[in-house]
Design a protein around this ligand. Structure first.
Ligand SMILES: *Cc1c(COP(=O)(O)O)cnc(C)c1O
Length: 453
């Protein structure tokens, strides 16, 4: 880690905070709360307790969607956490509410929303909860269409929100099967559609462009879960050739979009975001809070959010990050996402030339799914497990992958030569979501191949 500048900036954050406090009349802080030798011991103990954390920062960690935030995000978060504003109401976070509105506005512009309502949430799940809740409020009689590739939380949210749903099949690209959806729509079985741009498993893009056509014809309500893949919209905006533009082109016509700055927006947890392209849905949030909303007649974010307390530090971290990594040019987040996408394309290229490793399907963003070239589903599972464990547990140069359980019938549809002898198959999965992965993908691939029998 390049510590010099980082340390300098942490020091200046602490100095700035002391400066800010000194503008108020001095007082004697409680002796209970100031840092002392107990704090020091607690921190040492904490460091020890953290030793089992996987090295998310390292390019050899190519497993789940996990990586440390950008340093600017950590610094801004720390800076604002020292004040601890609450973006529920302007009473709690007047400055950071402004930062939240500006940061959300950048995301809305990236998506192409003009008249929108939006705010940050503590997670993608919460953002989706709000999206589905509003869908349900707008068309209470409609059932939902949820694809089998969708994040597991959507069907569970059906219990929270009390809606019924139909499961849409996934096609051989890991996307929502548009023919199946059309059938359900024409049979009037569904009216609300949950579309995923960037599925958690395969990183696939549901055909939003076709779903928007159906929406026009049949008046569907469309919520897009872009928790993981949403920021790739920048690549389409900037005309990059690295991704399929079509699913992103009509994103601004979706009724709501959930997108996670803590997935691909370089943020610490928890930072999700929900946007609606119709400000009138604000009426469904209407409530009164006898404790808050006093300092200003301007919109308090808590008035249009399901959550009450939310970290002002989270908004500040995103705001500061977007100053360094803007969303509207080739110079900011674009560079990072192009790089992670190239890492996935390189992995694909290596796998297609190699007999020992097979891709489940072509990656669309920066997640790759692959398996050792074995003859049966059970053998693929045991070999995947073995490779996963060996790479992770070895002393020298450990490499971290993740596993993914797929339906064997689905795998066989894509790879008919495999013999089915188990209902599910464990395969390997890597999220190549750090810019360093582009440089390390060859090495990671070689290490995996080396272990295939
Ligand atoms: C991660 C993810 C979620 C859940 O978001 P959290 O921030 O983990 O709550 C939902 N949908 C998709 C597609 C995701 O990748």
């Amino acid at each position: 880690m390049q510590v010099k500048k980082f340390k300098d900036l942490i020091n200046s954050v602490i100095d700035d905070h002391a400066q800010y406090q000194s503008t108020y009349k001095s007082f004697t802080p409680s002796k209970f709360l100031i840092t002392n030798s107990h704090s020091e011991r607690a921190l040492k103990l904490l460091t020890k307790r953290l030793k089992d954390t996987y090295p998310f920062f390292h390019p050899h960690y190519a497993g789940q969607m996990l990586k440390p935030p950008a340093q600017i995000a950590s610094l801004a978060y720390f800076s604002v956490m020292l004040m601890n504003p609450n973006n529920h109401a302007l009473d709690g976070g007047p400055s950071t509410s402004e930062l939240e509105k500006e940061a959300v506005d950048e995301i809305a512009k990236m998506i192409g929303y003009k008249n929108y309502l939006g705010h940050l949430t503590s997670s993608g799940t919460l953002a989706n909860l709000e999206g589905l809740w509003i869908s349900r409020m707008v068309s209470p009689k409609s059932n939902f269409a949820i694809c089998e590739n969708a994040h597991y939380t959507h069907t569970r949210l059906s219990q929270v929100l009390g809606f019924k749903y139909e499961i849409v099949q996934m096609n051989d690209r890991g996307q929502m099967d548009i023919d199946h959806l059309s059938k359900l729509v024409k049979a009037k079985k569904v009216g609300n559609v949950v579309v995923t741009l960037g599925t958690t498993g395969f990183g696939s893009l549901d055909p939003l462009h076709m779903i928007i056509e159906l929406k026009k014809k049949y008046k569907l309500r469309v919520h897009v879960d872009a928790a993981y893949g949403g920021f790739f919209k920048i690549l389409q905006n900037e005309k990059s050739k690295l991704i399929d533009h079509r699913p992103f082109e009509l994103l601004h016509l979706a009724d709501s979009v959930a997108i996670d700055p803590h997935k691909h927006g370089l943020q610490p947890y928890g930072c999700g975001c929900i946007l609606f392209n119709d400000t009138s849905v604000g009426k469904f949030y209407k409530h009164d809070s006898p404790y808050t909303y006093f300092t200003s007649k301007d919109l308090h974010l808590g008035e249009v959010s399901l959550e009450c307390s939310r970290a002002g530090a989270s908004a500040a971290a995103l705001w500061a990050t977007l100053k360094v990594f803007p969303l509207n040019s080739k110079k900011g987040l674009y560079k990072i996402l192009s790089s992670t996408r190239k890492a996935a394309l390189r992995f694909q290229q290596l796998a297609e030339k190699n007999e020992k490793i097979k891709l489940v399907l072509s990656p669309e963003l920066d997640i790759v799914n692959y398996f050792p070239n074995e003859t049966s589903t059970a053998k693929i599972s045991t070999e995947s497990e073995r490779i996963f464990n060996t790479l992770m547990n070895r002393k020298s140069k450990p490499i971290y992958l993740s596993k993914y359980r797929v339906n064997s019938d689905y795998l066989l549809k894509l790879h008919p030569n495999i013999r089915k002898n188990s209902e599910e198959t464990i395969i390997l999965r890597s999220t190549l979501m750090k810019p360093e992965h582009e440089q390390y993908v060859d090495e990671i691939f070689e290490e995996i191949v080396e272990l295939v029998r």
